[in-house]
Design a protein around this ligand. Structure first.
Ligand SMILES: *Cc1c(COP(=O)(O)O)cnc(C)c1O
Ligand code: SF4
Length: 323
């Protein structure tokens, strides 16, 4: 079995074991009932970058169930960004001109507590193998589509062969010019970025783009840098999208360090998202005025190319709303 599959199978799914690995007393730190709604999953690699003994570690906070998740909050719902209305075919979202997004799987290497898709009905929405021909026909039949985004869940949990076949089929559609992957895997499971995967993704005529997802500078270590280097060497354009999260990255110094650290690994910042209002995530929200202040501070201290675009996704809008 591939090393990354072994590592995935060994991920923490019991929060008590994660806390004991981190030498944190589970009494008081743990909200068991919150894990019932959305299971815990954390790779050892990601956990290895958390500070021992620190219950407020910014990486831990992203993955540890909190009792606040169970509080009702007005405006927070299961489909905050209108994905259900954007499904043009099973597994295919067509919201924006020129690009479509494929929901390739519901699985992720890490379950992020703030995730906007935590309530998404993957069982009936994900792109099964048998639904692929219908989706390929849809894309082939619409010449306005230039780019296909593989998303999920996390598309890099699919096997190399499935990814390779899908990308090769897309490369045969003449009006496509770019293939994009949205994935947290280079950060949370860097061993997954094997040469075989890189070839499957970047080995066709389509220009490859990968949008990774990191929220805090501590998420970048040597193993992540090496995975990103493998992608870069194959000509993949690397971008990062982050979510602005209370208690994780809601200060200008952390956001600046995030841009700088990942730029050092060949990644340019793309989007800084305001939280999508998914059920159970209200305690992560940063208010819009505060977000604007932080963004202004970032512009004062960083070169323009290291400042991410501050955006919010609004259901029914033709692009992500710039703030
Ligand atoms: C965010 C998103 C995209 C990509 O938008 P970009 O602004 O091109 O990054 C495409 N499709 C859907 C459904 C999306 O949610
Ligand atoms: S879809 Fe992205 S944000 Fe959501 S749990 Fe998976 S990796 Fe985390």
């Amino acid at each position: 079995m591939d090393a990354w599959k072994v590592e995935l199978a060994e991920a923490f799914t019991d929060p008590k074991r994660l806390l004991s690995f981190l030498e944190i007393d589970p009494d008081g730190a743990l909200a068991d009932d919150a894990a019932l709604n959305f299971p815990v999953r954390v790779t050892r690699s990601f956990a290895g970058r958390m500070r021992k003994g620190d219950g407020l570690d910014p990486l831990l906070r992203q993955v540890l169930p909190a009792s606040d998740e169970l509080l009702a909050a007005p405006g927070f719902a299961t489909d905050p960004v209108g994905d259900r209305n954007a499904a043009a075919r099973r597994g295919l979202l067509h919201k924006y001109t020129g690009r479509v997004l494929l929901v390739t799987t519901g699985a992720c290497a890490v379950n992020c507590r703030y995730c906007f898709r935590r309530g998404f009905p993957y069982q009936d929405q994900q792109l099964t193998r048998s639904a692929e021909p219908t989706v390929l026909a849809y894309i082939a039949g619409d010449e306005s589509i230039e780019e296909v985004i593989l998303s999920g869940g996390d598309p890099l949990l699919l096997g190399d062969r499935r990814i390779g076949r899908l990308v090769a089929s897309l490369a045969q559609i003449p009006h496509l010019s770019r293939i994009r992957i949205h994935s947290r895997v280079p950060v949370v499971l860097p061993s997954r970025i094997t040469d075989a995967l890189v070839t499957a993704f970047a080995g066709t005529r389509l220009d490859p783009v990968m949008v990774i997802h990191a929220n805090h500078p501590n998420e970048c270590d040597r193993s992540v840098g090496e995975a990103l280097e493998r992608l870069r060497r194959a000509g993949v354009t690397l971008l990062n999208q982050a979510v602005l999260l209370r208690g994780v990255n809601d200060d200008a110094a952390t956001l600046a360090a995030l841009s700088e650290r990942f730029f050092g690994a060949g990644v340019l910042p793309y989007y800084l998202h305001l939280l999508d209002r998914a059920l159970g995530t209200a305690h992560f929200e940063v208010s819009e005025p505060r977000a604007l202040t932080l963004h202004e501070q970032l512009r004062r201290r960083l070169p323009g190319y290291l400042v991410p675009r501050l955006v919010r996704e609004e259901a029914g809008q033709p692009y992500k709303t710039l703030l």
